[in-house]
Design a protein around this ligand. Structure first.
Ligand code: ZN
Ligand code: ZN
Length: 339
């Protein structure tokens, strides 16, 4: 069978001749249906890492169970599933405290350090599986992983019913955070986004008002000069973090979801002290968050149709990485289809 393989900086290729995997007793075999291309896939394509070379990419996906290892219980042939791609050690302090996203093996996962799902058949430890209810489509199943990032960010920020929020950046994660905030009972949601097509989608998905990033101060006027309770930075640039500090209400909370460079200059940092601002970074999700994300799809609280800008075949993946790795472009979530 064919697979999309990460080779290193600016190189994702389709390779033939992959054997259909033989499963271990604690594994299942999945016939892959849909795979999403993630921002982190593109990040590794652009920079050359942290993904390992020669590994099959793909960690956001859905499919059907076609083989079950002899030690596996509660999973039946034909079940429609998605997978939590993190591979925790189960032994470290964090794993023992339900924080597998903080595991000492952090970043160890299917599609990055182990072969992922951009191939016809994918073998995985059965306990990483999440079953999709009938009401949840394969496409939704393939976006449970990024939705989990959004759910975790909102949960960890301590967002409360009736509070207001600003979301910086209307990429796939920002557009999911908008919908999670709606589902969580936000009073007002403001969005900062430079691209017009993304502004429009943000409004369709529940944002109250969208602004160009340079007009961040207009949000102050709409909130009785207080600013929103929460700001979610889904971009991760020095400018967006500085805007968040100026924008958020005194005593408010900033949640950083975008991957930030390890060093950058920060304006307005004094406000963190003088305005009692809390800043929180979030990374990944845990097993329960995955379930919450699936429930949100099951209850039709999250729409992904307008987020999916392209549906492609496996052979088109290398071409698509050239587009995604050379912004600006109009793509949001790209889905690779296997049926
Ligand atoms: Zn992802
Ligand atoms: Zn661990």
């Amino acid at each position: 069978m064919k697979a999309a393989v990460f080779k290193g900086k600016e190189s994702v290729v389709i390779e033939e001749g992959f054997e259909k995997p033989i499963i271990e007793p604690d594994e299942v075999l999945i016939r892959v249906k849909k795979v999403g291309i993630c921002g982190s896939d593109v990040g590794s394509y652009e920079s050359g890492g942290p993904y390992l070379p020669e590994k099959v990419i793909g960690h956001e996906f859905s499919g059907d169970i076609v083989e079950i290892g002899e030690k596996v219980k509660k999973i039946k042939l034909g079940m429609r599933v998605t997978v939590n791609p993190q591979i925790p050690c189960y032994e470290c302090y964090y794993c023992l405290h339900d924080l597998e996203n903080m595991c000492k093996l952090q970043n160890y996962s299917y599609g990055t350090t182990e072969h992922g799902a951009m191939r016809e058949f994918f073998n995985v430890k059965a306990e990483r599986i999440h079953i999709l209810p009938d009401n949840v489509s394969y496409e939704e199943g393939a976006t449970v992983e990024p939705l989990s990032v959004a759910v975790y960010a909102v949960e960890q920020s301590g967002f409360q019913l009736g509070q207001s929020a600003a979301v910086i950046g209307a990429g796939p994660i920002g557009l999911m955070i908008i919908q999670v905030l709606r589902a969580a009972g936000a009073s007002k949601i403001y969005v900062l986004e430079p691209v017009e097509s993304k502004q429009k989608i943000a409004l369709d998905l529940g944002a109250d008002k969208v602004f160009l990033p340079k007009n961040w101060n207009k949000i102050g006027r709409l909130t009785e000069k207080l600013g929103p309770n929460h700001v979610y930075d889904c971009v991760g640039l020095s400018e967006t973090f500085s805007s968040a500090l100026k924008l958020v209400r005194k005593g408010g909370k900033i949640t950083l979801i975008g991957m930030h460079a390890s060093t950058f200059e920060l304006n307005s940092i004094l406000l963190m002290t003088t305005n009692n601002i809390s800043v929180r970074g979030v990374y990944g999700y845990n097993h329960d968050i995955f379930k919450t994300a699936i429930n949100l799809f099951d209850q039709k609280k999250i729409k992904i149709d307008s987020l999916i800008t392209s549906r492609i075949k496996l052979d088109q993946v290398p071409e698509m990485f050239k587009i995604l790795g050379n912004p600006p472009h109009d793509e949001l979530k790209v889905i690779v289809e296997f049926d």
